[in-house]
Write a protein that binds this ligand. Sequence first.
Ligand SMILES: NC(=O)c1ccc[n+]([C@@H]2O[C@H](COP(=O)([O-])OP(=O)(O)OC[C@H]3O[C@@H](n4cnc5c(N)ncnc54)[C@H](OP(=O)(O)O)[C@@H]3O)[C@@H](O)[C@H]2O)c1
Length: 266
Amino acid sequence: MTHVIITGGSSGIGLALARIYAERGARLSLLARSLPALEAARLELARRHGETSVHIESADASDEDQALAAIRKCEAAFGPCDILITSAGIVEPGRFETQTSAAFRQQIETNLFGSVNAVRAVYAAMKERRSGKIMLVSSGAGLIGIYGYAAYCASKFALHGFADALRSEAKPHGVTISVCFPPDTETPQFARELEHRPLEATVIMGRVAPWPSSAVALRIVRAIDKGQFEVFFGWTLWALGRFGATVKPALNWWFDRGIRRMIPRR
Ligand SMILES: NC(=O)c1ccc[n+]([C@@H]2O[C@H](COP(=O)([O-])OP(=O)(O)OC[C@H]3O[C@@H](n4cnc5c(N)ncnc54)[C@H](OP(=O)(O)O)[C@@H]3O)[C@@H](O)[C@H]2O)c1
């Protein structure tokens, strides 16, 4: 039976992914910090899918020792990890000069190192077995810089670079690395983020409706099935991902124009 480990599996996109794999009869390990949220997720999955095998581990993914120990326990319960999805992530919008160094660092530690730590916990064994799939959850904000999202963008761009390099190391050894760039998605994180999103970001991003987390999760799972490296959502993010160097200057010009109109000249 396939063992799927999902960091951030207690909420949002991670939980939507867990629902799909539970439906498929996979063994599921969910990792997040809040134990009550993990227990609620396990209960929900058991209620919806009957005798689902769900293991939960409370750990901070950004802490290497905690992440390694938690994933060891998941593997002790359900065997080697076949699929790892790193969905654990946080976002705290705010203009660079107003954001504390601690808030900036926490986003990098969680979004980048939280993923790296989880990958480190499973990668060597996958390589040895010559099988395994890893999906890193980046963001549309990992394809273009967004006003008020310097820390988040830095963490999500970095994930893309990590995935790109690791892909070429892993491929000869039968391990598939993928990275996805979700758009705005209806999740608890998105609801919290909107309360703090600077007006400039709202203006440049327009009023595009967020995707349901179930649709994002389904696209991610299909990409994992196919071993697709990069996963885009919607034509704008696809164009940015495929033709970023060409598309970005025009988009940045458009964004800058919108922002200039909001900021009175001094
Ligand atoms: N929603 C969007 O619009 C959107 C768009 C693009 C990309 N994304 C990315 O998609 C991923 C999932 O986001 P979401 O919207 O589904 O958020 P969410 O509903 O807030 O879920 C985030 C999950 O990550 C866990 N988590 C956060 N920090 C953690 C840590 N240090 N260690 C372990 N677990 C941690 C949370 O549980 P605990 O808090 O209990 O730890 C929760 O299970 C994130 O990487 C996010 O950046 C989201």
